[in-house]
Design a protein around this ligand. Structure first.
Ligand SMILES: O=C(O)[C@H](O)[C@@H](O)[C@H](O)[C@H](O)COP(=O)(O)O
Length: 246
C-alpha cells in the first residue's frame, strides 16, 4: 500500500495526531479481535506521545505492548527503550504486567537474547510453523538521520535477515535487538513519527528520489502490505508534498 504522508505545523500536533491514530487503531483492533498489539519505537521523539497516552482512559487489559527494538542494556539503564516507555507511560496506567512484552536483554549475548525474544513472540502469536509471521496491529517507528529505523541500520547484516522475527542490530559498536524487516512489513499498520530539521535531508531522499540509494535506506525498505503512514512536523517535512491524512 502506498505511503500516506502528512505534515503538521508543529511537533506537538504530530504527537496529538499520532495519539489519536493509536487510539483509533486500538478501538478497531479490540472490536475486531479482542486485543490490540502495539510495538513501540525508542529514541526521543515518541516520549511525549507516551506521556500523552498515560493521560488516556483505555481498556488497558486489552492492550499488549511490544518494542520494535531495544538497546542491549539492562531495563534500568538510561538508554533502555523499555525503561523510557515504562517511566513515561506504562508505570502510570493499570495494565497487567503480562501485557508488557519487552525485548529482554538478560541473555549472555545479543544473539541469545534475539533467539529468546523470538521464542516469546512465537508463543504469544501462536505461530504454528517457522514460516509464519506475526501481524502486529500497529508498528510505531521512528527514523534516524541516516535513514535507520528500529535498530535496522544502513549496510548492516540485519537488513538481510528474512527468516527470523528478531535479530541483532548494530549501531557502530553498540549491539541492539530489533524486529526484522519481514516482521515490520507484516504489520496491519506502520506509523512513522518523525520530527526535526535534522531528519529533512534523508526524508527528501526517501520521498523525492527514486534512486536505488534512496530505496536502500532501512526506513524506505519498510513497505507493509497494510497501511503505511508518515506523520512529520514542518521542519522534518519541509519541501515534501503531502498526500495523506485529513
Ligand atoms: O532505539 C531507537 O533509538 C529507536 O528505535 C530508533 O529507531 C529511533 O526511532 C531513531 O533513532 C530516531 O530517534 P529519535 O526519535 O531520538 O530521533
Amino acid at each position: 500500500m502506498a505511503a500516506r504522508l502528512h505534515i503538521y505545523p508543529s511537533r506537538e500536533e504530530v504527537i496529538d495526531r499520532a495519539r489519536q491514530l493509536i487510539l483509533d487503531k486500538a478501538e478497531a483492533a479490540i472490536q475486531q479481535r479482542g486485543r490490540f498489539t502495539l510495538a513501540l519505537s525508542g529514541g526521543n521523539t515518541p516520549k511525549p506521545l507516551y506521556e500523552a497516552l498515560a493521560q488516556e482512559s483505555q481498556p488497558w487489559e486489552r492492550w499488549h505492548i511490544f518494542w520494535g527494538d531495544e538497546r542491549f542494556v539492562p531495563a534500568d539503564h538510561p538508554d533502555s527503550n523499555q525503561g523510557m516507555a515504562r517511566d513515561a507511560w506504562l508505570n502510570q496506567i493499570q495494565i497487567p504486567a503480562e501485557n508488557i512484552h519487552p525485548l529482554e536483554t538478560e541473555a549472555a549475548t545479543p544473539a541469545a537474547a534475539a533467539a529468546a525474544n523470538e521464542a516469546h513472540l512465537r508463543e504469544f502469536f501462536a505461530a504454528a510453523s517457522p514460516q509464519e509471521w506475526p501481524r502486529f496491529d500497529l508498528m510505531l517507528l521512528g527514523m534516524g538521520e541516516d535513514g535507520h529505523t528500529a535498530s535496522l541500520f544502513p549496510k548492516t547484516a540485519a537488513l538481510q535477515v528474512c527468516d527470523r522475527w528478531v535479530t541483532v542490530g548494530q549501531k557502530a559498536d553498540q549491539p541492539r535487538l530489533t524486529l526484522t524487516i519481514p516482521v515490520l512489513n507484516q504489520a496491519r499498520c506502520v506509523l512513522f513519527v518523525v520530527a526535526g530539521a535534522d531528519k529533512n535531508p534523508i526524508l527528501q531522499e526517501i520521498f523525492a528520489d527514486s534512486s536505488a540509494v534512496a530505496a536502500s535506506y532501512p526506513a524506505a525498505i519498510i513497505q507493509p502490505e497494510g497501511e503505511l503512514l508518515w506523520m512529520l512536523d514542518g521542519e522534518a517535512g519541509a519541501g515534501l508534498g503531502q498526500n495523506g491524512l485529513n
